[in-house]
Write a protein that binds this ligand. Sequence first.
Ligand code: AMP
Ligand code: GLY
Length: 429
Amino acid sequence: MRVLVIGSGAREHAIVARLAADRDVGELVAAPGNPGISRLARTLPVDVGDVDALLALADREQIDFTVVGPELPLSLGVADRFAAEGRLLFGPTAAAARLESSKAFAKAFMARHGMPTARFHTCHSLDEGLAVLRSGEFGVPVVLKADGLAAGKGVVIAESRDAAEAAMVAAMGERKFGAAGERLVIEECLTGPEVSFFLVCDGRTAVPIGSAQDHKRIFDDDRGPNTGGMGAFAPSPLLDAALEARVRREIVEPAMTGMVAEGHPFSGFLYVGLMLTSYGPKVIEFNARLGDPETQVVLPLIDEPLLPLLVAGATGGLRQSTVRLGRDRLTGVVLASRGYPESSESGQEIAGLDRAEALEGVSVYHAGTAKRDGRVVTAGGRVLTVVGRGADYAESIARAYAGVQEISFDGMQYRRDIGRKAIAAIHRI
Ligand code: AMP
Ligand code: GLY
């Protein structure tokens, strides 16, 4: 089979690394890929937001099967276009991807199907939003979310009524998030640990492929601004078998049957972002794709070939209810450029990649990297994910940081506490 992976991050590097090991994968093409991916797949330049160009590339390369990494092409209908041309692709249609691309849709969908999530109100105008805030219905802190895709920056947790009003004026009055802020969801602020749960779906059946915990803030101890994710570990010790069964019953099953009932069966990777509150697990968000950096620690634990699973997902042919998962623990540490997340430097030479990768139980996944004169340099905010694999969390953390110690570039920043939560959790259990 000739397989195409769309995307250029460390998530896509991890997907490519798994597929490269699959017997049935004949040739691997990645678009646009990155220097790490180019060691495993042929990389071809393309704009992932240009669905026509993606389809033309798949035609030209006679691709048999396509896997989509990022949300943008999904929200633009890449799955619909490929299906219309008879091309097999694993990923949801634009209508199904609204679980991620429209928070207003996702919240209304959850309400229609009785799924546990934060209380909310969707506002269609600034006046409506200000009136809801002033009514005191939600108290403070309160959460405001731009309806559309906003690259992880569309969520504000306002600590005071004034801060909430200012954020609402910025989003709906001044269009800080562009069209993504045309509608705004006001949500009750929940508390509790966050867990990400991943499934492969074929429209009707959803098969769990693992759980993880992300570290969204830039600094240790969850301080500083939100980022795309500064590290992750897998599996989450908080999602035990009983809780996973409850999440499947209360959230995943109603989501799958609800999407079928509404005429938009969901196939593709489903990412359920959960908050474990004292009232039980609640959905913080759905994503219609895998997470980054969670993928880098979740996929290596799947103890069976990935390609047949994804092909079954794309063709409505999932016959299994579980996948075999390894017993190891994985920890991934993101190395970021100076200035991230507000800005990011590029062009700094990266040293030590080979030494890190030579260590036992260490893998390095590329994200914001580029090749210049035969050398690998930085090219973005999140540069690399260094993953350690071990028999327990402590060993996986030690290996990840041993890998990190080998790598350096000017302005490199990373969190020192990735995985600490896993150890704290198992001591409490
Ligand atoms: P989202 O983009 O929806 O995942 O939101 C980004 C982050 O904001 C989440 O990972 C949570 O940490 C936080 N968040 C979102 N919704 C809520 C909520 N209702 N209560 C508390 N925190 C939230
Ligand atoms: N790590 C969070 C995400 O991929 O959305």
